[in-house]
Design a protein around this ligand. Structure first.
Ligand SMILES: Nc1ncnc2c1ncn2[C@@H]1O[C@H](COP(=O)(O)OP(=O)(O)OP(=O)(O)O)[C@@H](O)[C@H]1O
Length: 274
């Protein structure tokens, strides 16, 4: 299923957190959202996974407005890995992953053998099968993150929405989780801070600044030193990855050698009102 956001706007207290945004993720593509802190990535993703109703515009998953779907129907299509996930009770990792199966069953229906299999497979896919009986609250940050990725996979979604999925992960698991997202062939919209990981993982990148799309295209088209300076206020040098050829960014200090600030735009349009 594809994702289409049209004219998406989120206004809170007179401030446009997301401003007339248009974004498309074709079926099976992995699309990245990048941009500085506070530019509206999570707010956009929350609209896509139906946690936030936009002030204007629409998000369509497989052609249907997500707010025209029931919460259950939406959860059958979209699995989300939010940036913050609070868990009050000490469920085991296996129980946390099993929660993903509830959109696929009736209120009092018990888990079937097939449900169990989906969960075991998801735990294995992200390398946490050995943690299945551990209490979730006893896990490290990276272990928790991998359990939550397993939960998203066990939901068997048509669309994955991942908000900083590499948070807390060591470099091996950062690479493995993103490779897995590509491998399973699911439509994916992913917010990432690491521009090199984004370049290596995503077919297309959307760059947000102040709630607006300021650039879109392949990583090679989008990740130019000019754009990095204008959007992040950082000097960047582009080099091809020696093996894959993917564009890689090396950064220097945020100021020019003469001590002046680099050319750049404001990161957040705090003054924009509806
Ligand atoms: N409910 C809210 N009320 C007021 N402001 C909000 C609300 N939710 C988000 N914001 C503000 O909207 C802006 C965009 O937030 P958002 O979390 O979408 O940014 P982000 O690009 O995901 O940032 P980060 O990279 O830091 O995770 C931020 O300035 C944030 O403080």
């Amino acid at each position: 299923m594809d994702i289409l956001a049209e004219d998406l706007t989120v206004t809170v207290a007179g401030r446009r957190l997301v401003d007339d945004l248009r974004l498309r993720v074709p079926e099976g593509a992995v699309v990245g959202l990048v941009g500085p802190n506070g530019c509206g990535k999570s707010t956009t993703l929350r609209c896509v996974y139906r946690a936030l109703r936009p002030s204007a515009g629409v998000v369509r998953i497989g052609g249907d407005d997500v707010w025209a779907l029931s919460a259950r129907d939406s959860a059958r299509r979209v699995a989300a890995l939010p940036q913050e996930q609070h868990m009050e009770f000490d469920f085991t990792a296996a129980e946390v992953v099993a929660m993903a199966r509830s959109p696929h069953k009736g209120a009092f229906e018990r888990d079937t053998e097939a449900d169990h299999e989906f969960c075991v497979r998801a735990l294995r896919q992200v390398g946490v099968a050995h943690l299945a009986e551990r209490g979730y609250l006893t896990l490290s940050g990276g272990e928790r993150q991998r359990v939550l990725v397993a939960r998203a996979l066990a939901q068997q979604p048509k669309v994955l929405v991942l908000d900083e999925p590499t948070n807390h992960l060591d470099i091996r698991y950062q690479l493995e989780i993103l490779a897995l997202v590509r491998e399973i062939g699911v439509t994916a919209l992913v917010a990432l801070h690491d521009l090199n990981l984004a370049a290596a993982t995503c077919d297309v990148l959307y760059v947000l600044d102040g709630g607006r799309v300021v650039a879109e295209g392949t990583p090679r088209e989008v990740l130019t030193p000019e754009l990095i300076a204008a959007t992040f206020g950082v000097r960047a040098h582009l080099v091809p990855h020696p093996v894959s050829g993917a564009p890689q960014l090396l950064y220097s200090t945020a100021v020019e050698p003469d001590g002046t600030a680099p050319k750049g735009s404001p990161r957040c349009r705090d003054d924009v009102t509806s």
